[in-house]
Design a protein around this ligand. Structure first.
Ligand code: SAM
Length: 432
């Protein structure tokens, strides 16, 4: 077969998810033509998907030696550097791409996202503007500008940007939850449902669209599915700390204050951070635990927690499952910051805590809250895809599972659409 045909066949395999055959095809082409720039480039994308970023980077660098003014190569290299948190190199790669081709809209958009992550919002907005001047329908630029405006509470403008992602007439490959939540916030509930239905119908295995559709319809779910949590947070991991800082997220600070005060006389022996995410809490409570263990379903969130080097162990596991596997009555303290918001029914978690905490052991957590007399009852799913709970529900469910509720205090957790999200922080003590 001609090299070009062989490469095209491998690319088709790649597109259709036949990874092994794609890899074989790329290898065969590169054996015959080690300096085939197209093969170096597409095989680098595949290797990076498979987690072999080092070889992917080498292949892209070789391709760039051969075609230094190929903006796509620099952009692809920038994407790998960004994912690896090699920020300076990513910046450099995107800048070089734009110098090589000032109209390279993917690189302009990626640069804007990085500039936003550094907190230079006005500059980021200006760069998104440049990307959209090149291509007003560019999906990634419209989506990311929409996210940025939504973080600033500029919801009408955000909704316009999200809407433009659909102007090409094809369903864009974006997380539709930002758009749907913004629409719902603006009172355009029907359009929000329409968007989510379109995504869920186009990709029936899309756990994210399915979850938000259930949420916006107010369906009764016991908790967010494992698939949703993993997919959502694996994608969110890259921007999580930046986005939460912009939303003035206070959960870790509030819970750390309580944990550190309770441990003033000496550190807890074994402390579990349930749903630890990127580990924002870890450094704040490290001194209060002899052994600090993080549990989370999202490998990418945990990867970031690991980089903080404060957890003794990080476990990829669903929390209720983890609580059944921990030796009985072995845990001194457990915390869950902004994690119970992914559970409708708290009984399984509270039962697991009763089983794994020592007698007198403490559980400190935050929830989003609603009034005790809410017609939906003690727990309900919100259009945001998260759950909220009433104080009465927490007290009753805790007591029914052998946990004694102590203080339940109102807090402001973070902002959403420019407004504060109210919640509760509480402490439960494990009874014998
Ligand atoms: C909003 S983040 C909060 C992360 C961290 N606690 C913080 O305050 O920054 C929620 C985390 O809970 C995790 N999570 C949600 N449901 C979970 C479950 N059932 N089992 C394990 N982890 C879960 C998510 O993967 C995510 O990392």
């Amino acid at each position: 077969m001609e090299i070009s045909n062989e490469l095209q066949t491998a690319i088709d395999h790649h597109r259709h998810g036949r990874i092994d055959r794609a890899r074989e095809g790329y290898d065969a082409v590169l054996t015959a033509e080690p300096d085939n720039v197209h093969a170096l480039s597409v095989s680098a994308i595949l290797l990076s998907q498979l987690g072999d970023d080092n070889t992917a980077i080498k292949r892209l660098q070789r391709a760039i030696e051969l075609e230094p003014r190929n903006a796509s190569l620099h952009n692809n290299l920038g994407n790998i550097f960004r994912r690896r948190d090699r920020e300076e190199e990513a910046f450099e790669a995107y800048r070089t791409a734009i110098l090589a081709d000032p109209q390279h809209v993917d690189s302009i958009c990626n640069l804007a996202v990085m500039v936003r992550a550094r907190g230079a919002i006005d500059d980021a907005l200006a760069i998104f503007g440049q990307a959209l001047a090149v291509d007003p329908d560019h999906v990634e630029s419209n989506h990311n500008l929409g996210v940025t405006l939504s973080l600033l509470g500029r919801n009408e403008e955000a909704a316009d940007c999200f809407e433009r992602c659909y102007s090409g007439g094809r369903l864009p490959v974006v997380d539709p939850s930002w758009h749907a939540q913004t629409l719902d916030h603006l009172g355009r509930h029907q359009r929000a449902v329409e968007i989510l239905e379109a995504h869920a119908a186009a990709r029936p295995d899309d756990a994210v669209a399915k979850h938000y559709l259930a949420a916006i319809r107010g369906e009764r779910l016991q908790r967010a599915s494992n698939a949703y949590v993993r997919e959502h947070f694996d994608v969110f991991a890259q921007n999580f700390d930046e986005v939460l800082a912009r939303l003035k997220y206070k959960g870790p600070e509030i819970v750390a204050g309580i944990v550190n005060e309770m441990c003033e006389r000496g550190p807890a022996g074994m402390l579990y951070d349930l749903g630890c995410g990127t580990g924002l809490l870890g450094p704040r409570i490290r001194q209060s635990a002899k052994v600090l263990i993080g549990v989370d379903l999202s490998p990418r969130m945990l990867e970031r927690a690991g980089r903080r080097k404060v957890y003794d162990e990080l476990i990829v596991c669903e929390i209720t499952d983890a609580l059944t596997q921990i030796p009985q009555h072995s845990v001194d303290m457990a915390v869950a910051v902004d994690t119970l918001i992914y559970f409708g029914d708290l009984a399984p978690i509270f039962a697991g805590l009763h089983r794994s905490l020592k007698t007198g052991g403490a559980f400190i957590a935050t929830v989003e809250s609603h009034a005790d007399d809410d017609p939906a009852g003690g727990s309900k799913i919100l259009p945001s895809g998260r759950f909220s709970h009433s104080a009465a529900y927490i007290r009753e469910t805790a007591a029914a599972n052998g946990l004694k509720p102590h203080a339940l205090l109102p807090i402001e957790l973070r902002l959403e659409h420019g407004e504060p999200v109210t919640g509760l922080v509480f402490m439960l003590e494990n009874l014998a």
